[in-house]
Design a protein. Structure first.
Length: 270
């Protein structure tokens, strides 16, 4: 039976669960993939056609790490292949770390994947064209989204390696009150990490001990007379952007022109 007294920081850096969140283009994929400097990793890539951003970054900073990065690209066309890969990893995983990039686009793909299974002779027809399938997601699609993500989280939690997921916060409108409620309608801006349903956005963060928010800061370099962009990682809440850590980490750390994984390990083991 495991005992809490046996926990060590060195062990944490080999079996951490981490959620990296921030706007598109803020370097989360590169940060997650920087684990490759310590061993082989696998990247489940949902965001774009291919993770081309890895090429120039690692050629510049650590070209030998590229050989440690295996990846598969996923979309609504091959969600089943993603699940099969996870089941294979649950039986045998030799990776130092695995990455799911990103849960935001993963949920979008799950909903579109589910729409493809609709019975074309069923009741869900487009109002304007009864020959077409209604493409607006319904309750069944949201159940598929939740089912896929919770299954994936369950499997990732059992893997004997580091696990990193990424998320891109999306601004949405939340409306309450209005006709029939006896209250004036209120419209608020809210931030979600998933594309459609509400359950997954609450479930995902609860499965990670470390949640970091990525941001940038522009500074004027008076010596070179030009603006310099700093890349920062916050481990505590930053305004409405939530973050948390169970480790003794600074409130934020700078990863400008550095490898996130090395900066993070140094902060953990200091």
């Amino acid at each position: 039976m495991p005992n809490a007294a046996d926990l060590t920081l060195d062990r944490v850096t080999k079996n951490v669960s981490m959620l990296l969140k921030g706007p598109f283009g803020f370097g989360k994929t590169l940060a997650a993939a920087s684990m490759a400097v310590d061993g082989p990793i696998w990247l489940a890539y949902w965001d774009k056609k291919e993770p081309i951003e890895l090429l120039n970054f690692f050629k510049k900073h650590r070209p030998e790490a590229l050989k440690n990065i295996d990846y598969n690209c996923y979309s609504s066309n091959n969600v089943h292949e993603y699940l099969s890969k996870l089941y294979d990893l649950s039986k045998s995983c030799s990776y130092y770390g695995v990455i799911n990039d990103s849960v935001t686009m993963m949920t979008s793909s799950a909903v579109n994947w589910s729409i493809g299974f609709r019975n074309k002779s069923g009741p869900k027809k487009d109002d304007a064209n009864q020959m077409a399938i209604q493409m607006i997601p319904g309750f069944d699609e949201y159940k598929t989204e939740t089912g896929l993500v919770t299954q994936a989280l369950d499997i990732y939690r059992t893997l004997p390696c580091n696990v990193i997921w990424t998320a891109h916060p999306i601004t949405a409108l939340d409306m309450s009150g209005g006709a029939g409620t006896g209250q004036a309608m209120r419209v608020n801006k809210v931030t979600k990490i998933v594309s459609y349903g509400t359950k997954v956005g609450e479930i995902v963060p609860a499965n990670f001990t470390e949640i970091y928010h990525f941001s940038t800061q522009s500074e004027w370099d008076s010596v070179n007379a030009k603006s310099r962009l700093r890349r920062l990682v916050s481990t505590v809440p930053l305004g409405e952007d939530f973050a948390k850590t169970a480790l003794d980490l600074p409130a934020d750390f700078d990863i400008t022109d550095k490898l996130f994984w090395e900066v993070w390990k140094e902060a953990v083991l200091r």
